[in-house]
Design a protein around this ligand. Sequence first.
Ligand code: NG1
Ligand code: MG
Length: 513
Amino acid sequence: MADELVPEVSSLDDIYSSVDQRERYAAIFDSFASKYNAEPEFLSRSPGRVNLIGEHIDYCYFSVLPMAIESDIVIAVRKNNDACLRLANTDARFPPTTVPLSASGAFVVVDKADSSWADYFKCGHLVAHEFLNSAAGPAAPVVPLGMDIVVDGTVPAASGLSSSAAFICAAALATLRVNGVTSVSKQELTAMAIVSERHLGVFSGGMDQSASVYGKPDHALYVQFKPELRCTPFKFPAAQPPLSFVIANSLVHANKHDTAPTNYNLRVVEVSLAAEILAHKYAVVIPQDSGIGTGTLRGFMEAYFAKKEGALPWDGDVDEGSRRLTEMAELVRQTFTIKDGYTKEQAAAALGVSDADLHQKFLAKTPVRFSKLQLYGRALHVYEEAGRVLKYLTTMLHPPSSPSSSDSIFTSLGSLMDQSHASLDTLFDSSCPELNTLCSIARANGSAGSRVTGAGWGGCTVHLVPLDKAEKLNAALREQYYKVRFPGISDEDIEQALVVSKPGIGSLVYTGG
Ligand code: NG1
Ligand code: MG
């Protein structure tokens, strides 16, 4: 992939198409001036994303189909000579804070025990500083400059639209620029952002950062992680009525950091362990390249076909991928015979190691809590979901061309989304009653397919709906979900929960006034 650079623009019209943002930016400039008595030197911004399909598979290196949205995190910045990061937020829920930068240039340390909104900035700063240091070489460690900062966000927090990745990407971009890096490639920015949330104890994959950096107006993205990161923008097929996506927030907060031991990180552990058990059973060696330093289900697939057929790693070809993934799902069914979950001892036996070794390799790196390890359901979800992504992409790129084509686009994409949701609910256990209710109401009111988007356990849902039925769908969600689940909720809060957003442009630096 050509090393495209993160763009720099000077007009808001180059960033947003749907909502006029002049007032918002004027307020950001005012806020900056009143706090620091000066104008910002520039603004960095990075968007949230919605994932159309391909959930909880990015950390197994399977491809996903997100799109950046226009909601974003904007950071106004000016350097200071006070060796500190002064962080303010236009949202009063996030109090101002000052973070000293050590004179030696030591990294800003993220304190997991005392977490705050500013940690996301610190994470972005930390990885940007690592990047500056590696560019400078060991002989010349970089002492980062102080920064005065105002943050303004329109991506709702803890909602599965990836406010965290948006914030971290914008923070890393701002830090690089203040410290003299005026041109950075999308690939570099994405790569540093992907590892950054691990400093906050979440072993995330790379979907959110890729979508945030590579977003393109009117396009969704096909994000591949192997053999290397590749983000291919594609347009929705023309249909009559046109395709539209409604994003509905359940308003159930999903704080991924607090729940990581039983939810997100536990899933990362379960799928990695499943991969290693498969590798043990089929006697193949797999690369130790997951976020927690073990093998992945993608790695197992490659090694299995290399041994069985002398096949090269899967190159992304859709038919070949579908064939391999179908066989993988079958191996999962045959291998994980204990369908209701493995005890630690049973998992160690399946892996052919001692309980202590299992603990050391899978459970010591990140605190996880479980009564049984769900290996069958998690691994089956991953391989089947990866297969659904390929079918979805094929339908998007080559929509059926019969006279009833628009019907069949909706039917085929919609049923893949419904299957994805069912799998996340039952096999992956990352849904919740409110998300299920939203999806059922939507399906009964014009949605062709409905699913949770993002990590789940709360947060947002995404619904594929013919444009002419979007209003009816919104009205049904308003009456049957929001007003029932949250009696007394204001119309304004409902409006905000129904996130309206077109696919938007990715990370950039704004130099306009
Ligand atoms: P959320 O919690 O929705 O930002 C997370 C991960 C993704 C991906 C999805 C599930 C982060 C930054 N993002 O997204 O990598 O695994 O869940 O598909 O942790
Ligand atoms: Mg997040």
